[in-house]
Design a binder for this molecule. Structure first.
Ligand code: 5AD
Ligand code: SF4
Length: 438
């Protein structure tokens, strides 16, 4: 009888891609995907622990599977990813969620298939968290799920230890994939017809630092941009302390490199940046932004911001607010600081009350919304490249480099998906409307 799996993914794109690897392993054991958790023979929770809210959501959802396990004692419930890797979480799951069958962390994700086989044979629970990261494993099956976009890891882990962040504790130190392995994977994806290839790393700008042979992110971008085919390379996330002029110039001049730069600033106050251990100043950050604006045609800059970091005063917050206004970001992901056990900031004095965090995040989001509205209006009349992806009755759906959706009024034939230059003609119910240019 056909068996089914259901994967619930929390958190970032890194996790979305790792779920594609989990799905690949499940498929190789002849499981099929289901969208209905109640039909599943295997339920996997691929977790996130970056903020407390994410963790509470995961724990609540795991708790809700208790009744499914009662109905179907053969159901396999697996918990993996960042939260599983976090100190003490394995024991918590063991104690409070005894119906969970398999627990594994970020460092042994590639072993999931073995654990599943073992569990199916022995029916004994598996709790296996590796303390340390290993060499990169290149032989993981994948089942890609993101339409025209394919994710590609270029590095794992993070060395930065921003004082608020739990990622370095649950994902280990930076390890770059060999350039040849990345290039070969990308070549295969181009051949398979993927149009967007998104390079993933916690800090893509430090790609290659661990090789100590001059390999760097700019070289990787140039190599990938020189490959044959009709595709665009995207990447995330960039760290302002490592983004070089060479990378900015490469983005500016290579047609096949996306002009979207996600450059998390986290705060507009030098005092807070220091407490966060971000290793750059607001002045340095602004210099980078100015360079991008001068050199990169059709740039799109977005950012992450944390409000309510310990010791953040109204003055500090206003500096952040003014920076957002000045940079005029295309997108702002604003988060309320969430203390994470084991990090330095968790122990800092002068934690900011929740109510103030709420006020500050809302203020930033309102500002960002008004900026985006204005930017959309300013797009009218512009000619931009879009990926035309889907045909409807008398229009096509397309996506700009920055990810905005466009309704393309055109009733001729196009072989999809295809990159086309479109002219933005207006805005209809918050959606950009365009016509074909060439
Ligand atoms: N609290 C709130 N936001 C956080 N981030 C990372 N750690 C925390 C935390 N403890 C945010 C940062 C990062 C994004 C992925 O998540 O802004 O860039
Ligand atoms: Fe966390 Fe800082 Fe590393 Fe990003 S760079 S993953 S915020 S420690």
């Amino acid at each position: 009888m056909q068996k089914f799996y259901y994967i619930k993914t929390y958190g970032c794109q890194m996790n979305v891609h790792e779920s594609e690897k989990l799905a690949g392993m499940l498929k190789s054991l002849n499981y099929e995907e289901t969208n209905n958790m109640e039909n599943a023979d295997v339920i996997v929770f691929n977790t996130c622990c970056i903020r407390d809210a994410a963790e509470q959501k995961v724990l609540g959802n795991i708790g809700a599977t208790k009744k499914l396990k009662k109905l179907n004692p053969n159901l396999i419930i697996a918990v993996c990813g960042c939260m599983a890797q976090e100190d003490g979480r394995k024991d918590l799951i063991k104690e409070k969620y005894p119906y969970v069958s398999i627990v594994f962390g970020t460092h042994n994700l590639h072993k999931f298939k073995d654990y599943l086989i073992e569990y199916n044979q022995k029916k004994q629970k598996i709790y296996n968290i590796w303390e340390k990261e290993e060499e990169i494993n290149e032989n993981v099956e994948m089942y890609r799920t993101s339409n025209n976009n394919a994710w590609v890891n270029i590095m794992y882990g993070c060395n930065n230890f921003c004082t608020y962040c739990i990622v370095p504790y649950v994902r280990g130190r930076e390890r770059s994939r060999a350039m040849d392995d990345i290039v070969n994977e990308v070549k295969g994806l181009i051949k398979d017809g993927y149009k967007y290839i998104t390079l993933l790393g916690q800090n893509v700008n430090s790609y290659g630092n661990d090789f100590k042979d001059g390999t760097n992110f700019a070289k990787l971008l140039k190599t990938l941009a020189s490959l044959e085919g009709d595709f665009r390379i995207k990447f995330m996330t960039s760290h302002p302390k490592d983004l070089t002029e060479e990378v900015i110039n490469t983005i500016a001049t290579e047609k096949k490199i996306s002009k979207v730069i996600h450059l998390p600033v986290q705060s507009g106050s030098n005092k807070i940046l220091k407490l966060m251990n971000r290793n750059y100043t607001v002045e340095h950050y602004k210099d980078l932004i100015n360079l991008i604006k001068q050199r990169v045609p059709n740039y799109f800059i977005s950012t992450d911001i944390i409000v309510g970091f310990p010791n953040e005063t109204e003055k500090d917050f206003n500096e952040t607010y003014n920076l957002v206004k000045e940079v005029n970001y295309g997108g702002v992901f604003a988060f309320m600081y969430s203390p994470r056990t084991g990090t330095i900031a968790e122990k800092m004095e002068n934690q900011v009350p929740q109510e103030i965090k709420n006020q500050r995040v809302n203020k930033l989001l309102a500002l960002s919304k008004s900026i985006i509205k204005k930017q959309n209006e300013q797009l009218v009349g512009k000619v931009l490249e879009a990926l035309v992806e889907k045909r409807n009755d008398n229009y096509y759906e397309a996506t700009l480099d920055c990810g905005k959706n466009v309704i393309l009024n055109y009733d001729g034939e196009l072989s999809l998906p295809t990159f086309k230059n479109v002219k933005i003609t207006g805005i209809n119910k918050n959606k950009l409307v365009a016509c074909l240019c060439d």
